[in-house]
Ligand binder design. Sequence first.
Ligand code: PGA
Length: 255
Amino acid sequence: MRIPFVAGNWKMNTTVTEAETLVYTMLDQLDNIAGIEIVLCPPFVSLLAINMMLKDFPIKLGAQNMHFELKGAHTGEISPLMLSELCEFVILGHSERRWYFGETDEIVGKKVKAAATNKLKPIFCVGERLEENETGKTKEVISRQITTALADIESVPGLVIAYEPVWAIGTGKAASSEQAADTIGFIRSIVKKIWGKDIAQNLRILYGGSVTSDNIAEFVSQQEIDGALVGGASLKAEEFLGIVKQSAVIKGKSI
Ligand code: PGA
C-alpha cells in the first residue's frame, strides 16, 4: 500500500511573515487528517520558522531546490547538509529550474544522488514540454530524465516522483487524468527496469500541473496516481485543504 502524498510548492512566494500566517491558517485542520503525507515547501528563508511551527504536527517540510555539493565557493547556493537540519524533503528537477535556470538531466541527477546520501527525500520532477508532447516524444523525454538521474544509484530512500507536464504548470490547463495515469504507469515501468518490481510498486508517483480542489478528485481516483504536487493552489489555505482532504478520502483514509 502506497501512502497518499500531497505537497505544496510555494515557489518564490510569501515573505517569512506571510508564510507563517499561511501555515497558521492551515495547521489545525491539517492536523486532523490521517493516513496521508502532507509536505509544505516554502522558500528557503522561511524553512527555519516553519520547521519550528510544525514541530508538534505530523506535517512535513521540504525545500524547493539545492546544490549537489556539500559546501564551498558557490555563492548564493544552499547545500544538502544545510537542508538536512531543517527539512525531510527537497523538490529537485522542477521544470522551472530546468528551463529558466539551465539545469540539465545530469545536474538534476547529481542533486538526486546528493540528496540520497544526505538523508533528504527528493520529490523528483519529470515532464515534457508542449512541443515534445505534440510531436509524440513524451515517453522518450521522461525515460531519458529518469534514466539519467537514477540509473547509476542503487536506490534513493523515500524518493517520490512527480510527473509534471511543462505545458500544464501554472497554465490552468491540466492534463486529463487518463493521460496522467498512463504516463505515470510508464514512469513506474521505467523504474521497474532500473530497480526492479518491489521498489517500483512501492514508489509514490504524483501528478502536478494546474491541480485545484475542483480537479484533484479525478487525478487521485486513478489507482496509479498517488497524490499531487500543487503550485498556485497551495498558496490558498482553503484550496490546499480541499486538495488534501479529497485526496485522503478518495484514497480511503479517514479525516
Ligand atoms: P501549478 O504548479 O499547480 O501552479 O500548476 C505546479 C508545480 O509547478 O509544481
